[in-house]
Design a protein around this ligand. Structure first.
Ligand code: ADP
Ligand code: ZN
Ligand code: ZN
Length: 665
């Protein structure tokens, strides 16, 4: 007997082992410790074969094979159809099966059962809500029986408070009643806990929670409960899309537009992509929801692949806030007089305020301070980044370099230059200008003691803090009834980033902030400071011209051949040695170009770069990127696979492969 084991190494094949000397032979789906070179690694048994010694076709002699050292699981962690999903993820995201399994499976050796939040008490009967006609229509449409092979992909498009969660829960109830499993994804681990508490009260012990923030033992405990069929409603962040449910009937993706659904390490999978694939395999419905769908999802709605269901009203009251843009061109400080006035006025009336700074906007931008115009690459139409050391502008897509202009080409102003902003500087300005307000700052970058964030948010909720200053991270849980005023300090900082999704993200930020600001009162106001009030992403968001924004953004993407009108694979070559990274990226770029050259014209693949990555150096690693762009993944994979194999032979460099990248920094 020979066991084929997937080992977490970047070599794209299985490795054969003999059963352990003692004890039972592990089944397919069990983790095992095996000798690998001079190391011992944890792999997963994916196949078992009998070997007949007289079989002339047998090429792997039993002799010379090593034995499995230890079997970690008495029971398999997955079955055949789950393994099929792992194989698909591995092929799709160009990561070996062993590395893919290591990410998808829980890591612990011993399970620990979670104390059930719902306990043994029976689930609460759902509160009788009279559903709105739009909610009823959404539920009926989504739970319509499918004919074989039919896709059931839907989008619940509606602002916060329009009743999406209630629709999701009622759909889940129906799927459970039909004996099927449900996966309910939310973008953040913190939100998982909130939702899980809510769901356990309503559904009882059938709920499970799965995310990477659980201790490995708990994660495995939940995994086993799901496998045994005790838990059929799985709530979790990105990785919960891999829950070992037998027959999934429904997959929910809340806040579909969130970038956190995309994994940052190999395999760099997108939970939305996996969910769509899985829904087709199991004949399940897949339902996404957001007030600001990704441009890709919007496009799929327009082409009819995703059924669009609109929830147009707030059901529990609360008006949308007023939104105002404030032009801060030529302003000296970062807090404009109207914003300062609004903060003081709000405080005087006993209300609270929140100020946002776009966290992703700290990249160095070269900008006209009079008109806000930003240097763009003449070849790629993405903003260029200023490199202070060389005083050059660099395009991080194609590598184009030039000297910055000393005069703005748009308005003729001489006041052009390099800008960076940070929360600390704004905090100083604020405490100087608004001495009467108690102020707290929260951001991910500061080295704060553990529990600081929680503490600040609790004090803010109790009204002990008047003004909260933070990055997007405070936007998510914006459920503070005392908040009247929300300010965005510099809405355009995100627009300066060399990423074709910059406008989409800026638009979503403003709409999301606005959608949350007015939940509890009718006099909510949002003030958006900007250097470019006329920019589409800002003007349209402030005017709530959502349809127009997407229409225009899709036109731009089509003209520049960016997704959803193309697919991309992003390759990042990194090394602690700059010359090694650069040389390797050039060699891979040449390989990519010659492979692309053999493709027929209608299947063409563009090779952009190599160029220094926008974040050129991370953790002492130099990064160079190549972007492959094509109409379909088939040819992109074909160009990319040999590069991955080649990079395995290169010394001192590591290749990151990102299929359908979301982040291009
Ligand atoms: P969303 O998920 O879109 O933010 P929720 O489903 O959380 O919206 O609903 C927002 C609020 O409206 C909740 O307090 C919920 O209980 C309430 N709600 C939902 N549906 C209805 C309804 N049909 N009638 C009255 N209130 C509703
Ligand atoms: Zn200008
Ligand atoms: Zn360029």
């Amino acid at each position: 007997m020979i066991l084929d084991v997937a080992v977490p190494v970047p070599v794209d094949r299985l490795f054969s082992y003999l059963p352990p000397r003692e004890g039972p032979v592990p089944d397919q789906g069990c983790r095992v410790m095996v000798p690998f070179g001079r190391r011992t690694v944890t792999g997963v048994v994916v196949a078992a074969r009998e070997v007949r010694q007289d079989d002339p076709g047998e090429t792997v002699p039993e002799k010379g094979l090593k034995e499995i050292l230890r079997v970690l699981d008495a029971e398999p962690l997955f079955g055949e159809s789950w393994l099929e999903m792992a194989r698909w993820v591995s092929r799709m995201y160009l990561t070996t099966l062993g590395e893919t399994l290591a990410t998808m499976l829980p890591g612990a050796k011993k399970a620990k059962d979670l104390p059930l939040a719902g306990g043994d008490e029976p689930a609460l009967a759902p509160r009788e809500l009279e559903l709105s006609p739009e909610q009823i229509q959404a539920i009926e449409t989504i739970s319509r029986p499918l004919s074989p092979g039919e896709e059931s992909w839907h989008y619940l498009y509606g602002i916060t408070g329009s009743g999406k969660t209630e629709v999701f829960l009622q759909l889940a109830e129906r799927a459970l009643a039909a004996g099927r499993g449900v996966i309910y994804l939310v973008p953040e681990i913190a939100l998982t806990h909130q939702l899980f508490d809510h769901i356990s009260r309503r559904f009882g012990a059938v709920a499970a929670m799965l995310h990477s923030g659980l201790t490995p033992a708990r994660r495995l405990g939940e995994w086993r409960r799901i496998q045994r069929g005790e838990a059929r409603l799985v709530v979790g962040a990105r990785s919960a899309v891999f829950a070992p449910l037998e027959r999934v009937g429904l997959i929910i993706i809340d806040e579909e537009h969130e970038g956190s659904y995309k994994a940052g390490n190999a395999p760099r999978y997108h939970a939305r992509q996996v969910a769509l694939w899985r829904s087709v395999q199991d004949g399940a419905a897949c339902v996404m929801g957001s007030a600001t769908p990704s441009v890709e999802a919007w496009h799929l709605m327009q082409t009819g692949r995703l059924g669009r269901l609109v929830l147009s009203r707030r059901l529990a009251g609360g008006a949308l806030p007023s939104i105002r843009t404030i032009n801060i061109r030529g302003a000296s400080g970062l807090i404009s007089p109207p914003l300062k006035e609004a903060l003081i006025e709000t405080h005087r009336q006993g209300g609270q305020s929140i100020l946002f700074l776009n966290r992703r906007g700290f990249a160095a931008a070269f900008q006209c301070r009079s008109c806000g115009d930003q240097a763009e690459c003449p070849r790629c139409s993405v903003p260029m980044t200023y490199h202070k050391g060389q005083s050059r502008l660099v395009c991080h897509y194609c590598g184009h370099r030039c000297h910055p202009e000393q005069v703005c080409s748009r308005c003729g102003s001489l006041d052009v230059g390099y800008t960076v902003f940070g929360t600390e500087r704004i905090e100083e300005d604020l405490s100087r200008e608004l001495p009467g307000l108690s102020l707290a700052r929260v951001d991910a970058d500061t080295t704060r003691p553990k529990g600081y964030l929680q503490d600040v948010l609790e004090r803010f909720a109790r009204g002990e803090i008047d003004l909260l200053l933070g990055t997007q991270m405070v936007a998510k849980g914006l459920n503070f009834p005392g908040v009247r005023t929300v300010g965005i300090i510099m809405a355009d900082t995100g627009l300066n980033l060399p990423d074709f999704r910059a406008a989409e993200r800026t638009f979503a930020l403003i709409v999301q902030v606005a959608g949350r600001a007015g939940r509890f009162r009718d006099d909510g106001q949002v003030l958006v400071q900007t250097l470019r009030p006329e920019h589409d992403a800002i003007g349209r968001a402030a005017a709530m011209e959502v349809e127009e924004f997407y229409r225009q953004e899709l036109e731009t993407r089509r003209a520049l051949l960016f997704p959803p009108f193309s697919r991309l694979i992003r390759l990042v070559v990194r090394s602690s040695r700059r010359d090694a990274a650069e040389e390797a990226s050039e060699a891979l770029g040449r390989m990519a170009r010659s492979a692309a050259g053999t493709l027929p014209g209608d299947r063409a693949v563009d090779v952009l770069g190599p160029a220094p990555a926008a974040l050129e150096r991370i953790k002492n690693n130099w990064r160079y990127q190549i972007i492959l762009r094509g109409a379909g993944l088939g040819e992109l994979h074909r160009v990319c696979r040999p590069l991955v194999a080649e990079s395995g032979k290169m010394r001192q460099v590591h290749l990151e492969v990102d299929v359908d990248p979301v982040n291009l920094l």
